[in-house]
Design a protein around this ligand. Structure first.
Ligand code: HEC
Ligand code: HEC
Ligand code: HEC
Length: 287
């Protein structure tokens, strides 16, 4: 009893200190208000998702992230069904929220996740060959069968690091079912098997074709984004050679679009490989 009280007092003491002395320092705020659920260095815990390599943090605008922090996300709005808790709304000053958003962005990083060493590479390959290759092809580019599936063809998995964080990849493999033809592997494979398969998929590689990217850009994007694009000014399309986006954010922007703008999603019309080719071409323009 006495011990609990002591701990509680110590805890409150720390909060008071950091709140008043280090007001707009994102890292200190994080340590007092977020670390218990989101983990040291944003690695995540059983009580909150990771920010490291987080696709949500990397690809969302500051406003959208600030909104989750201030309003929280509980009940039906929850995105992570594997975490029982919700995100509690936080009472913070605007400058503290801005500092936190900047800190989360720094934790998330701006480039595709590096290739992780397969946890159990041999096993990952065996699982992939047995359960996934039928639709996704031996090399991840899609089998004849998989590419002919309706209403949605199997997608190229060699490009997965451009589109998903580690966590998102696990969620997709476990809960694929929402996409009709992609099974819910959580009902077939153990957690370890899903992890091994995902690590194997993570290490697949696609060598982008810059020439094809250039051709597609000129046909499909130049109208709005090229310096001489006839719609550039009217529709206020940004100069992509000056874009601050890294490859990961750019690939996701092209695939999923920017809500409520003329930059509509390309998911249904461009393959993953085509998007990777276009990103490669735009990255070349930046240099
Ligand atoms: C009591 C635990 C807890 C605390 C404290 C907490 N969070 Fe969360 N947070 C969560 C949970 C759980 C979720 C996931 C909710 C869901 O399922 O969508 C979450 C989600 C988020 C998300 C969205 C992540 C995503 O991938 O969609 C952001 C951003 C976030 N929290 C920021 C913060 C910040 C900043 C703090 C500190 C000021 C904080 N959280 C404190 C539990 C917590
Ligand atoms: C019966 C066919 C089939 C099998 C078997 C299958 N998938 Fe899929 N998968 C699909 C289809 C179809 C999609 C695309 C769904 C969509 O676009 O909405 C997909 C999408 C995916 C995606 C998302 C790719 C993206 O860019 O959106 C991942 C990751 C994935 N599958 C991994 C796997 C893994 C790992 C296995 C084996 C454990 C597997 N799949 C087995 C049909 C299959
Ligand atoms: C109809 C005009 C139009 C076409 C065609 C178009 N875009 Fe866009 N794009 C926009 C507009 C407008 C924005 C800015 C949206 C906003 O945030 O207000 C934008 C934003 C973007 C961004 C975000 C840039 C940044 O720095 O935030 C990327 C990346 C992008 N487009 C890539 C592409 C690619 C690649 C293509 C071709 C597949 C394409 N766009 C085709 C109008 C277009």
């Amino acid at each position: 009893m006495k011990r609990t009280l002591m701990t509680a007092m110590l805890f409150m003491g720390c909060m008071g200190f950091a709140g008043s002395v280090l007001a707009a320092d994102g890292s200190s705020l994080y340590k007092t208000k977020c670390v218990m659920c989101h983990g040291a260095d944003g690695k995540g815990t059983a009580m909150g998702p990771a920010f490291k390599d987080s696709g949500f943090v990397r690809s969302s605008g500051d406003q959208a992230i600030a909104e989750v922090i201030l309003k929280g996300r509980e009940g039906a709005a929850k995105k992570y069904k594997n975490i029982a808790l919700g995100m509690p709304a936080q009472k913070l000053k605007d400058e503290d929220v801005s500092a936190l958003v900047a800190y989360l962005k720094s934790l998330a990083g701006n480039e595709p996740a590096p290739v992780a060493a397969p946890a159990n590479g041999e096993n990952g390959k065996k699982i992939y060959d047995k359960y996934c290759a039928r639709c996704h092809g031996e090399d991840g580019s899609g089998s004849q069968y998989g590419l002919a599936l309706q209403p949605k063809a199997a997608r190229d998995l060699r490009t997965n690091r451009l589109f998903f964080s580690d966590d998102e990849l696990l969620i997709i493999i476990n809960h694929g079912g929402a996409w009709r033809e992609m099974p819910n592997w959580e009902y077939v494979l153990t957690d370890d098997e899903v992890r091994d398969a995902s690590r194997y998929v993570r290490a697949l590689n696609y060598g982008p074709d810059r020439k094809n990217g250039e051709k597609l850009f000129k046909e499909k994007c130049a109208l709005c984004h090229a310096a001489d694009g006839i719609m550039k000014k009217t529709w206020k399309a940004p100069d992509l050679d000056m874009s601050a986006l890294g490859s990961f954010e750019m690939a996701r922007t092209i695939r999923y679009g920017i809500h409520d703008t003329l930059m509509y999603p390309r998911e249904g019309v461009r393959t993953n490989a085509e998007i990777a080719d276009i990103v490669e071409y735009i990255k070349g323009l930046k240099k």
